[in-house]
Design a protein around this ligand. Sequence first.
Ligand code: GDP
Ligand code: MG
Length: 439
Amino acid sequence: LADRLQNTMAKIRGKGKVSEADVKEMMREVRLALLEADVNFKVVKDFIKRVSERAVGQEVMKSLTPGQQVIKVVKEELTILMGGEQSKIAVSNRPPTVIMMVGLQGAGKTTTTGKLANLLRKKYNRTPLLVAADIYRPAAIKQLETLGKQISMPVFSLGDQVSPVEIAKQAIAHAKEQHHDYVIIDTAGRLHIDENLMDELQQVKEISKPDEIFLVVDAMTGQDAVNVAGSFNEQLGLTGVVLTKLDGDTRGGAALSIRAVTNTPIKFVGLGEKLDALEAFHPERMASRILGMGDVLSLIEKAQTNVDADKAKELEQKMRTMSFTFDDFLDQLSQVRSMGPLDELIGMLPGANKVKGLKNVQVDEKQISHVEAIIKSMTTKEKEQPELMNASRKKRIAKGSGTSVQEVNRLLKQFEEMKKMMKQMTNMTKGKKKGGMKF
Ligand code: GDP
Ligand code: MG
């Protein structure tokens, strides 16, 4: 999907003027790309209609070329299609918050149960209890217990001779007693949706009164995942979807259709087998990736129009040799500001979506003036050797820039991350020319 859309976008990007025929032609391509990616037919139809209306009818913004404008509309609509805002995970005001994991066999329920517990503890400082309520699949209980051990988290189980309903009931009582703030129930799946499964899940739902019912679906199954989501939603009323195996899905059709078809938000995505490979789902970021904002070409294009060519070259050299200092950072910041929102620009760098810690690098536009003030309050030496920074220097800089030590610390951290990221990216681009944006 990404490849095809990127080609289309590349064609239109440079256009100074976009006629109605251009938009039509482009929409034909986008339509094909979406259908090829196994996006639901009706979703595609509605999508194209909305984009066409907006793209043809709208007034042209001064800062963007009409080509860019069309891309902006496509991106915005893709974001809306996937739910717009990032959704949050529920917090019950009467703990524990109960999360029920449901889905077909092999979708990744048990793995995701472990990943979610890990995330809840690491990111939100919670103390979840894992519940082994799949009594059918051989070794399912053992699997969860093993995962629990790996992340040192308690797993509640009553063996495979007690009904899932009873397990859920006792688990919640146990969680209350032990002051667990979250309970994550790993339920059984089947190869196909059947009545017995749904009956049982409904009973578990009744007894455990979950705050969240997460459907776990395999992204690689494409349109099937969307159908499965539809059925589960009808019968159980889902609060969210976890899309797993996105690391292996190059088409992205499921991500685009699920929200539109089931009206249930994707809350998390699984990006690998490891227990830290779970991330919150960000519709806007996903839309950028799909559109190939991760395309080096577009970055160069932008850079050519906005950044002094010599400076860009110098910067590239610095990135390669890693002699990048705060002065360069400042310099780059002001150049980059004339190009557009920072997070989009970072997203454009090749390999950016593969680099961990990218979130920390994102700079809020509003914070930029603070960042500038902080850097300007540094001495030349400090700018070149941030490792010199100690408590008293930080205090002085905070005072001089009218910010706080906290902000100074944050910037230092961001700068470190950015350096690391650049290093990783230059390594990647050296390896292969195209950044292999897989969605
Ligand atoms: P369940 O039957 O729904 O409980 O599925 P499991 O949790 O047992 O997972 C089935 C398989 O999918 C296991 O081999 C997992 O390691 C694998 N898996 C789960 N999530 C992901 C993911 O996000 N990416 C990849 N590559 N594999 C995954
Ligand atoms: Mg399982």
